[in-house]
Design a protein. Structure first.
Length: 219
């Protein structure tokens, strides 16, 4: 088992907006997103949330001034073919006074080859919760737009239980890759900046106005 991660001195960020809607609006929202995005595919994702136990978890909570940092594991299940695991974690979002228009939060990502769940356990984490997400994923430039319903897990089989037709749909409009805040190399233009990412998610917010309310969340 091995892992590949980045540990730069500067931060990498995710920029995002969030929304939700009832099933009766699904067709209208699907049509509008399909019209204004480059691609659309079904999505089915398994996500496991871990929390750190013991002294290190208490140290993290103290340094964050809040709950300890959670470790998340994600696996894509689309088309019957499972992808490898991705481990990722968020820190507390930047203040609304700094970025009032969108959620901007430090984002660390680690691709794991092998048994990611045992790897997380070896780091001192224990499983806290598990969900499945099923819906659609759209691409628009640097953004991925995920629209999904959460599926609960059958405690006997650990398999997903299909969501009820009336289950709320959730929407996440976010940068598909990390936004690098490092200074650009001399002679090169830095294209993927926090400001350009915010502008990109605000364009989607404008497109969906009147049909879907996309907003900043402190999560």
């Amino acid at each position: 088992m091995s892992a590949v991660a980045y540990s730069p001195a500067h931060a990498f960020y995710e920029v995002a907006l969030f929304g939700d809607f009832f099933a009766r609006d699904l067709k209208s929202i699907l049509n509008r997103l399909t019209l204004h995005t480059e691609s659309a595919t079904p999505m089915h994702t398994r996500e496991i949330v871990f929390e750190q136990i013991g002294a290190q978890g208490l140290i993290q909570a103290s340094s964050q001034g809040d709950e300890p940092v959670l470790l998340r594991a994600r696996k894509e299940l689309g088309d019957g073919k499972e992808s490898g695991w991705t481990l990722y974690s968020y820190l507390k979002p930047e203040s609304v006074r700094v970025h009032p228009e969108a959620t901007v939060r430090p984002w660390a990502v680690c691709e794991v080859l092998g048994d990611a769940l045992s790897f997380a356990s070896a780091l001192g984490y224990v499983r806290r919760s598990q969900i499945y997400k099923r819906g659609y994923a759209f691409r628009r430039g640097p953004l991925v737009i995920q629209m999904f319903q959460q599926e609960q897990v059958d405690p006997k089989t650990s398999l997903p239980i299909p969501a009820h037709t009336d289950t709320l749909w959730e929407v996440e409009v976010k940068t598909a890759t990390q936004v690098d805040t490092a200074a650009p190399v001399a002679g090169q233009m830095q294209i993927n900046t926090v400001r350009s990412a915010i502008d990109a998610v605000l364009e989607v917010q404008s497109i969906m106005k009147g049909l879907l309310d996309l907003r900043r969340q402190d999560i």
